[in-house]
Write a protein that binds this ligand. Structure first.
Ligand SMILES: COCCOc1ccc2cc1OCC(=O)N(C)CCCNCc1c[nH]c3ncnc(c13)N2
Length: 277
């Protein structure tokens, strides 16, 4: 029985590779099994030339440093990594439930119980990350995974930063970005609070609040906080109230993570153990 953490570096020979789980911007994720322990993991294979081409070496290195130190039930665990001539391999916790975004597109929109449970899980994960000086900045449905019990896990910290000061680099798709990011102004932790509002809206209505034909119109809707609630599907007043308290242009006025967990809609609808089965 090998001791943990391991002294010998990992290599591809330690794993049997299974079915592909999906394709990301810089690599693919596969189901894999560690041969000695028979432990099932997800193995993300990243192409070195892709990383070098976009000059993301230190970005990826920073992200792996960050993610390997995070240990929270709603943050995907990074167990280790290794590389060969052309690839970097990340050894990750496996989520049998796959991407939340696929569930969302399959069923259209989530119930208030599911939405509140996932928003509460995300809030707890972000509170944990923020206390570790990590801003995620790129939370979107395809980076949210579900494990075997339906528990939410945040996966890709591709754009996360270890931050104590205000950040100014652009990243992510526009739909989920706060006004201060799309206006390329200084931003801080509160960008993740804005994104929680966007996700809460998308979980309940099946589409993000500022969706538009093109990026320019999305940009305009975000900076104007052009928010409206369709009449269907029916959504509770409390849920709309929470969304309104998060989609606030002035980042200092957005509801804090602690206050989100105390909001009546979360208290009345979220499943305490985060599985909502
Ligand atoms: C720099 O990279 C940092 C780590 O990023 C990831 C780690 C694990 C991931 C996904 C990650 O980034 C996003 C990404 O690659 N896709 C959107 C494509 C694949 C979608 N996953 C599908 C999936 C299904 N069951 C899973 N169990 C564990 N991890 C998974 C998946 N994916």
């Amino acid at each position: 029985q090998q001791k943990y953490p391991r002294d010998k570096p990992w290599s591809l020979d330690d794993f049997e590779i299974g079915k592909p789980l999906g394709k990301g911007k810089f690599g693919r994720v596969y189901l894999a099994r560690e041969k000695k322990s028979q432990y099932i993991v997800a193995l993300k294979v990243i192409f070195k030339d892709q990383i070098e081409k976009y000059k993301l070496n230190n970005q990826l290195g920073r992200e792996m440093e960050i993610q390997s130190k995070l240990n929270h039930p709603n943050v995907l665990r990074l167990f280790g990594w290794f590389h060969d001539a052309h690839h970097i391999y990340l050894i990750l916790e496996y989520c049998h439930g796959g991407e939340l975004y696929k569930l969302l597109s399959k069923i259209g929109h989530l119930s208030e119980h599911q939405a509140a449970t996932y928003i509460a899980s995300l809030t707890k994960a972000l509170a944990y990350c923020h206390q570790k000086n990590v801003i995620h900045r790129d939370i979107k449905p395809e980076n949210l995974l579900l494990d075997f019990e339906g528990r939410l896990k945040i996966a890709d910290f591709g754009w996360s930063v270890q931050s104590t000061s205000k950040r100014k680099t652009m990243c992510g798709t526009l739909d989920y970005l706060a006004p201060e990011m799309v206006e390329n102004r200084a931003h801080d932790y509160a960008v993740d609070n804005w994104t929680l509002g966007v996700l809460c809206y998308e979980f309940l209505y099946g589409a993000p609040p500022f969706e538009a034909e093109n990026q320019i119109d999305t940009f305009k809707r975000i900076v104007a906080v052009d928010l409206s609630f369709p009449s269907t599907p029916p959504v509770s007043v409390e849920a709309k109230n929470l969304i309104r308290l998060l989609l606030v242009k002035d980042s200092s006025k957005r509801l804090s993570l602690q206050k989100i967990l105390e909001h009546p809609w979360i208290v009345q609808n979220a499943d305490p153990n985060g599985t909502c089965n």
